[in-house]
Design a protein around this ligand. Structure first.
Ligand SMILES: [Zn+2]
Length: 370
């Protein structure tokens, strides 16, 4: 069975969203002017409906009228997090905590954002403080334990450093794979970079794990062969024996890193995974075959968000459909157009508009074509 990758997406737990009539909001509503109260209510509703941009705008307006209100900064942080503006989210959450250090939701989300930005030390510090306030929160404790295991493991790892990548690995037994990985990554860098007309400017971090460490740290489904969350994380199981598998997996993950360098947000999963899968080896006979066995059409609209919840079989179909769609896009519009589409999405332009402009065809027409 072909094994796949999982580009990890952090979602905000909506359980932490305060209801419009929580004790907090009602107290605050009594203190601020009715117009701002109305804007705030609209902002939380937009956030609950997943309309991150509208929520961000509304929180910004409410903060202008009531800048000392910690919950407004929390809301701004949540909206920014949903829009994947991680730097803005961090700033907003830190402001919320400066105004109210007991705002647990702000601290919990801040830790997640720090982790997502690669600041594992900061994330651990934030969750340490969080747990002094909520010692019974078992999920937060499990998260903190996992991050500590990750930090300790990374501390004892060695690094192989190339021009565009750093590869971390644990012991002398993995040194050879690390050096092979650097060679493979370097080839992927030039091949895929040239195809899309763009190269990452920052060195890309890669960590090689044992199978067990990989499951523990990424919590990926069983079918995942690697993961990308700002760092390329690869379990070494199997890759040692099969060089072509190392090549396939690392080319796939490098494409995710390249996509992230163009757009840190707004990229539908089918486009991100489809591009990574289509550019692995360029051979999509397996995908044609897999789709030949599938009855009915798979709508790309249904493949907008993470594949992590899918079963192994569903994931295969999702990856195959995404790869074939992106392959068609590459044939029709070329790699440069796709790179420009990604840049537009990263700048916050909505998908339909960006697609029409860069691909010169509406997304609906593209989908409808055979
Ligand atoms: Zn992937």
């Amino acid at each position: 069975m072909k094994r796949n990758c999982l580009a990890l997406v952090l979602t905000v737990g909506f359980a932490v969203l305060p209801g419009a009539c929580s004790r907090f909001s009602c107290t605050l509503l009594a203190q601020i002017d009715p117009r701002t109260a109305l804007i705030e209510r609209g902002a939380w509703s937009a956030l609950r409906a997943g309309q991150a941009h509208a929520a961000a705008e509304a929180f910004r307006e409410a903060i202008a009228a009531d800048p000392k209100n910690a919950r407004l900064h929390l809301g701004a942080g949540m909206a920014a997090s949903l829009e994947r503006r991680d730097g803005d989210a961090k700033d907003a959450l830190e402001r919320a905590l400066a105004l109210d250090a007991k705002l647990i939701e702000a601290r919990a989300l801040l830790g997640q954002i720090q982790r997502r930005m690669g600041d594992i030390t900061g994330a651990i510090r934030t969750y340490d403080t969080l747990l002094t306030m909520t010692p019974d929160d078992r999920e937060a404790k499990a998260t903190l334990d996992r991050w500590q295991r990750e930090a300790e493991l990374h501390d004892r790892m060695q690094q192989a450093i190339g021009s565009h990548f750093t590869v971390s690995f644990e012991g002398p037994a993995e040194a050879r794979v690390a050096s092979e990985a650097l060679d493979v990554l370097d080839r992927a860098y030039w091949r895929i970079g040239q195809l899309l007309g763009t190269y990452p400017t920052e060195p890309v971090r890669v960590v090689l794990y044992t199978g067990e460490q990989f499951r523990d740290i990424t919590r990926s489904p069983e079918w995942a062969a690697a993961a990308y969350d700002g760092i390329i994380r690869v379990p070494m199981r199997g890759a040692l024996e099969k060089p072509e598998e190392l090549d396939r997996v690392l080319s796939h993950e490098f494409t995710h890193a390249l996509v992230r360098s163009l757009a840190s947000r707004g990229v539908p999963t089918w486009l991100n995974e489809g591009l990574a899968t289509a550019l692995e080896t360029g051979d999509l006979a397996w995908a044609e075959k897999r789709m030949g066995l599938t009855t009915g059409r798979v709508s790309l609209g249904a493949l907008q968000s993470g594949f992590g919840r899918l079963t192994g079989d569903q994931a295969q179909i999702a990856y195959a459909a995404s790869a074939l769609a992106v392959w068609r896009l590459l044939q029709q519009a070329g790699g440069f157009a796709i790179a420009n589409l990604l840049r537009d999405l990263g700048e916050g332009i909505d998908f339909e508009t960006a697609f029409l402009h860069r691909i010169q065809q509406s997304f609906a027409d593209f989908q409808a074509a055979p």
